[in-house]
Design a protein around this ligand. Structure first.
Ligand code: SAM
Length: 203
């Protein structure tokens, strides 16, 4: 089964794991504390999943788009958005590094998706082409971990990231005002895992 099929299968029960809901809340709060959000902003959540971050940011901004490779995840997000009376634009991606993400956006956020992307610098470059001048990114993912976070590591390309790599990749893509902080710490039976938030402004 492909990684996308696994996310499709997991979509309907994804939010039942409280740890994921709490992690997404921590990431959303860290984004909102770092970036002044407003109703003038057009925002993309890349790798939105069931919309745990998307739907929390939606009421705080002007328009929100959720993009993901999993149709199952997007269908669950659509149902949740409808029941909450929120409008979310949805984009189903094919995982191509040259995807049209729509926009341009004032802000691109992504939570817990980068470790599923083989070539993160290519993705960061893709983001630069979908931001308005001076637009921002807010990227959250695992700090380097020992490989125990995922019980099934298929579709996982990175056991977290070194913050210095993230900083260097953003700088190479031309981002300025790069800041890295701890967004939250998530705990599983196998241990505690810290999650960074990287924010930066494009040209
Ligand atoms: C761990 S989940 C995180 C979901 C959500 N951001 C959250 O915080 O709950 C990772 C998500 O990334 C999506 N994904 C994996 N590879 C992707 C790719 N190449 N492009 C876009 N989304 C991808 C998966 O389908 C899944 O919904």
């Amino acid at each position: 089964m492909s990684a996308t099929e696994r996310f499709d299968q997991a979509a309907s029960t994804w939010d039942l794991v409280d740890r994921r809901v709490v992690l997404a809340r921590g990431v959303t709060e860290a984004i909102a504390a770092r970036i002044p959000l407003s109703k003038e902003m057009c925002v993309l959540d890349f790798g939105c999943g069931t919309g745990l971050v998307t739907l929390a940011l939606g009421p705080l901004v002007g328009s929100i788009t959720g993009a993901d490779t999993s149709t199952g995840m997007l269908a669950t997000l659509a149902e949740k958005a409808k029941s909450q009376g929120l409008h979310v634009h949805l984009k189903c991606l094919d995982g191509d590094g040259n995807a049209n993400l729509g926009g341009p956006y004032d802000l691109i956020v992504s939570s817990m998706t980068l470790h599923h992307i083989a070539d993160v610098p290519v993705l960061i470059d893709l983001f630069t082409r979908h931001l308005k001048p001076g637009g921002q990114v807010a990227l959250a993912d695992l700090d380097e971990e020992d490989g125990t976070f995922h019980e099934d590591a298929s579709g996982v390309h990175h056991h977290g990231f070194s913050r210095e790599h993230i900083r260097a990749w953003l700088a190479e893509a031309g981002f300025k005002q790069i800041q890295l902080e701890t967004a939250t710490v998530t705990s599983k039976e196998s241990g505690d895992y810290s999650v960074f938030l990287a924010t930066a402004r494009g040209n």
